[in-house]
Design a binder for this molecule. Structure first.
Ligand code: AKG
Ligand code: FE2
Length: 179
């Protein structure tokens, strides 16, 4: 059983489709667990590896009342999408062609905006995993623009020290809820 504290985010959305992405780690922290409850019409949830050029994908149908859990390191190693679909032959008796998605995410206390460094452009950085080489498994902060728009970025770089972040948080606020 997993108890979800009320500080955690519940996002309720009408999701027809969402393109290839990994969920941003910046406010979740490394290795998040993300739950996605589907209601209404069935959609295909597709996964592909971040670093593979091949078009190989895994497809998982998300029928009414199903709970998909993205365990770590899903966000680090995989991208996901929810495909739009021809709904003529896939109507739910109540919602028809509509799908409602409730996403459960834990926004960890020590990864709020307060703890996110700002890059040389003056905007909060994004948190990224190292995907190859000797530092694989570590995380670093980089310019937000570099993450979304290669070429228009500053060169800001800062390692995340997970243990130090937890210690700093405890020192400042005295308690630690998100372990
Ligand atoms: O609709 C879903 O099941 C997943 C939605 C999603 O990937 C997201 O909100 O980041
Ligand atoms: Fe997502």
């Amino acid at each position: 059983m997993m108890i979800v504290p009320i500080s955690h985010e519940l996002a309720l959305k009408l999701i027809e489709s969402v393109g290839w992405h990994s969920d941003q780690l910046t406010n979740l922290g490394p290795r998040p667990i993300i739950g996605s409850l589907s209601l209404g019409t069935t959609r295909q949830f597709r996964l592909r590896r971040v670093n593979e050029n091949s078009s190989r994908t895994i497809s998982i149908p998300l029928p009414h009342n199903s709970l998909l859990i993205m365990w770590p390191p899903c966000q680090e190693l995989w991208k996901h999408e929810v495909c739009s679909q021809n709904v003529i032959d896939n109507l739910h008796p109540i919602s028809g062609s509509k799908r409602i998605n409730i996403t459960f995410r834990q926004f960890r206390d020590e990864y709020t905006a307060e703890w996110t460094p700002k890059c040389s452009c003056g905007i909060p950085c994004v948190l990224k995993p190292v995907m190859r080489g000797s530092n694989i498994g570590r995380y670093f902060y980089m310019c937000y623009a570099a993450g979304v728009n290669e070429g228009q970025k500053c060169e800001f770089f800062e390692w995340l020290d997970v243990s130090k972040r937890q210690i700093d948080y405890k020192r400042k606020y005295g308690s630690f809820e998100s372990i």
